[in-house]
Design a protein around this ligand. Structure first.
Ligand SMILES: Cc1ncc(COP(=O)(O)O)c(C=O)c1O
Length: 453
């Protein structure tokens, strides 16, 4: 029989599984957010303020957010972290189009860079055991020597696997070169409320784009741009208006209001710190069970289990965790990633602990070898992304110019970016990573023959 509400039915069916949610959003579909929010789906009216000219209630929410995160200025977004990233890159690119870019950038940043005509100078993260790793300060120093006019360094921290970059050192280097440190902190809004404040803004970043909805109790789509100094906030609203919808969702924005109230006035911070302790105990159990975890400074609320270290492939992990009643944030070829918040119940944590203890153990899988090269660039990012394109099987893509990114996970670092040539070695790496098709630039005549140069 035809379903009249296929999406609603799908969500209701999923809800009935009663799985423990170790994925976004941070409220974990608990009863924290009142149903009344749905009914209050108002719009911009004379008495309800306007997001891009906030001067009333929205401005007050932004001021409370700024107070909570100790920012010079906070801007809310109902268009996810994507909108905050677009805004942040617009502000940075007004100071200069050359930006040093960590290669593990989310696709929203790559698209924004293309739209803004930014020329990224790609920096490769260095890591081990199949995790993403971070950008080494020496590499940033060298990049500034080669590109002294670079206006900013753009990094993603924490990485999907929870690895945190050395923000104080990177910010010092940037500031010595008169550049901004701008951080995609999509996964780290809660870092301000850990026992040790690990939020990049606190550690020296100039701007951070934060997906509040990922780890705080905010409706999906709720995010913030946090700006350290008022000086960089000039023109920020106009920059956001350039990309954002003219109908921002009031329920999403109100959920940010409720989240701020929870953290400032309802013991929310203690709840986050109690969660930190609970997560640490599960991490220790995992280590005792022989599972590898990322090393170095990591997000205290994220559990990244290298299940390949006990012989489980990506597909096997998904099936295993589902059989334990658990939905992970994501499972890739080697790792399972869990996002924990105080909105997980003790029952959730017990399920996860039991799943870790009872995980079947086989011989460790050999980690995929990482490739550490930057392909040759033929077109600018902007030219490649805005050109007509076509999808080709990777087997036929050698010599073509990529029109999209292709990213194996692990390590979550794209092998190819738009505008770069798909060489024989890139083709081989793509195939080894299980990537079967790729979008390539079509030439003006519509032909898909390889680039002759
Ligand atoms: C690292 C990173 N940056 C940015 C984004 C975009 O965030 P949003 O979905 O809130 O727009 C994501 C989303 O998954 C992400 O993982």
């Amino acid at each position: 029989m035809e379903q009249r509400t296929p999406l609603l039915t799908c969500l209701q069916e999923h809800d009935k599984l009663h799985r423990s949610s170790f994925h976004t959003p941070g409220h974990k579909c608990s009863s924290f957010l009142p149903l009344e929010l749905l009914r209050l789906d108002y719009t911009e009216l004379p008495d309800t303020d306007a997001l891009y000219e906030a001067a009333g209630a929205i401005r007050k929410t932004e001021e409370a957010l700024s107070h909570l995160f100790h920012s010079g200025r906070s801007l809310i977004s109902a268009g996810g972290c994507t909108l905050a990233i677009q805004t942040m890159l617009k502000i940075a690119s007004d100071r200069g189009k050359t930006i040093l870019f960590a290669r593990n950038a989310h696709r929203s940043a790559v698209s924004a860079a293309a739209l803004l005509g930014i020329d990224p100078v790609w920096l490769l993260p260095t890591g081990d055991n199949g995790f993403t790793g971070t950008i080494r300060p020496e590499e940033v120093e060298e990049a500034f020597r080669n590109y002294p006019d670079a206006s900013a360094l753009y990094i993603t921290s924490p990485s999907y696997y929870g690895e945190i970059s050395d923000i104080p050192v990177l910010s010092d280097i940037c500031h010595q070169h008169g550049a901004l440190l701008i951080v995609d902190n999509a996964h780290g809004s809660h870092l301000a409320f850990m026992k040790e404040n690990l939020h990049p803004l606190h550690l020296g970043a100039d701007m951070t784009a934060c997906s509040l909805h990922k780890t705080l109790p905010v409706l999906t789509g709720g995010a913030a741009l946090q700006i350290r100094s008022q000086a960089h906030a000039e023109g920020a609203k106009e920059a956001m208006a350039l990309f954002g919808s003219t109908s921002p969702s009031y329920p999403i924005m109100c959920s940010i209001d409720l989240c701020v109230d929870y953290l400032l006035h309802q013991d929310g911070i203690s709840a986050y710190q109690a969660c930190e302790k609970r997560v640490e105990s599960i991490r220790q159990t995992a280590v005792q069970c022989g599972l590898q975890l990322p090393s170095g400074l990591c997000d205290p609320l994220r559990i990244t289990l290298n299940t390949a270290s006990v012989g489980l492939t990506g597909k096997q992990q998904i099936a295993y965790f589902e059989s334990c009643g658990i939905d992970c944030e994501f499972c890739d070829g080697e790792n399972a990633v869990m996002i924990c918040t105080p909105f997980n119940t003790e029952e959730d944590f017990l399920r996860l602990e039991t799943a870790v203890r009872q995980m079947p153990r086989k011989e460790a899988l050999l980690p995929r070898k990482r490739s550490f090269f930057l392909p040759q660039q033929r077109l600018s990012l902007r030219q490649a992304v805005l050109s007509p394109s076509v999808c080709l099987p990777v087997e036929q893509a050698e010599g073509h110019i990529a029109a999209d990114t292709a990213c194996p996970c692990p390590p979550g670092v794209p092998l190819i970016m738009p505008g770069e040539i798909i060489s024989k070695s890139v083709q081989k790496e793509l195939l080894q990573a299980g990537i079967r098709s790729i979008r390539i630039v079509r030439d003006k005549a519509g032909s898909t023959s390889p680039d002759p140069n």
